[in-house]
Design a protein around this ligand. Sequence first.
Ligand SMILES: [Zn+2]
Ligand SMILES: [Zn+2]
Length: 219
Amino acid sequence: MPPSPMRAAEHCRTLGGVATTAELLAAGETARSLRAAVVAGTLLRSREGVFVVADAPDGVAAASAHRGVLDCVSAARLHGLWTLDEGAAEPVHVRIPSSRNARVGDRRAVCVANDDGESGCRCVSHRHRMIEPAGRMSVGVVDALAAIRSCKGDEAFVAALESALRQRMLGPHDRERLRASLPANARRLVDFARADAERASNPWCGSVCAGSASACAAR
Ligand SMILES: [Zn+2]
Ligand SMILES: [Zn+2]
């Protein structure tokens, strides 16, 4: 079968958007077809032996270059949460596996998020203990929220948490795991955000607050 850059990208996407050479070979690709996909621009080689689909969300390839996945506000954005940060100017926040001898700014890791390569790496690294297993591109919502609190502070944490609650992305079990992972003096934030988000979604005040937690809380 001739190499097909589109098929190679499709195989990588099926594997979660980030895949090793071995996984792609097992899926039917060849060394030649992977090279052709990189040349055609459908796959990026984020580091030796690892490929990322070229249309992966912002920062995924950079995180992979550092042997990590998106974390904190970068992961929250991937999950569709509202985040209080610098928007497009915000650096990529990366969860680096603590077992790996890798770090942000690692001269061996070419951070492909930046056009100027190694010297352009502005990534922020996180090494906190994981609450749940990460996906191939990103940590889950619970870990992202916990990272936001320690990295960006209480206000950013509550904003992202309320966004997750309003979108019903956190069940009672997730909320409890998140709460338990926080220092004792921060646990009240989870209770506060829950009450606030519930008040905002209360149909009796919907006409007044129009679903905005801050407007509703101000009543
Ligand atoms: Zn962060
Ligand atoms: Zn970087």
